[in-house]
Design a protein around this ligand. Structure first.
Ligand code: ADE
Length: 226
């Protein structure tokens, strides 16, 4: 999968992709992540990327030209299935949306700033808008990093235990069951006997029951399909 991220603050994006699973996914060439500095696509001498809003009001608006220059430059060599704009008024990200995006081959992610981007970009160049939650961040970079993390870990070969993404919370609309590790007893706090029993079938049943109970308690809204 190839992911191109367009940003005015590319430095913000370097750390999230430089460690652990996301770093290894790139080293193994399971994902190719390229971050583009929007200012490199500005044609004026000040490298501006924003301007005042027509009609007045506080806050700057990201201009069309540098963004269109960058998108069209990328489109010269690649057909993109989606041009995604990270925005608090986009479609709310969930596991099912991450699963869908993980099946795509080439995507562009556009990070907004200030008051957002010129509306004509949203209507004519952006094909999907995604929010990571009902709160406003200072810019789209952290949201883009969240989206990429949730997508990249689903790509075949990224997780060493292929099944572990399937047992994540939300993957089957249930929260994940509790997990324990050694020691089997710590200051009198014991691990449930069933997990020490060696009975694979019993353990699977216990985990499913725990998932169901936890979901009932914490996220009953997820159980509408059960
Ligand atoms: N940009 C600012 N806030 C955001 C959010 N909640 N989701 C996606 N992009 C954003």
């Amino acid at each position: 999968m190839k992911i191109h991220i367009i940003s005015v603050l590319p430095e913000l994006l370097s750390s999230p992709f430089s460690h652990s699973i996301l770093k290894r996914a790139q080293q193994k060439e399971l994902v190719n992540l390229q971050i583009h500095n929007l200012r490199d696509y500005s044609t004026d001498k000040h490298k501006s990327v924003d301007d005042y809003a027509f009609g007045g009001g506080a806050g700057m608006v990201m201009m069309m030209e540098p963004i269109v220059n960058c998108i069209e430059h990328l489109q010269k060599s690649t057909v993109f299935e989606e041009v995604i704009y990270m925005s608090p008024d986009g479609e709310l990200l969930n596991q099912s949306l991450s699963n869908k995006i993980s099946t795509l081959k080439n995507i562009i992610i556009l990070c907004g700033h200030y008051k957002g981007i010129d509306e004509r970009l949203r209507t004519h160049f952006v094909t999907k808008e995604i929010s990571i939650g009902d709160y406003v961040l200072s810019g789209g970079e952290l949201a883009a990093a969240v989206l990429c993390d949730s997508v990249i870990r689903l790509l075949p070969g990224v997780l060493s235990d292929e099944t572990s993404a399937l047992t994540d919370s939300f993957q089957d609309d249930l929260l994940a069951p509790p997990v324990y590790t050694r020691p089997a007893e710590f200051r009198g706090l014991k691990v449930p006997d069933v997990l020490l029993s060696g009975h694979a079938g019993e353990i699977e049943k216990w985990r499913f029951d725990q998932s169901l109970q936890r979901t009932q308690l914490r996220r009953p809204d997820l159980l509408k399909d059960y």
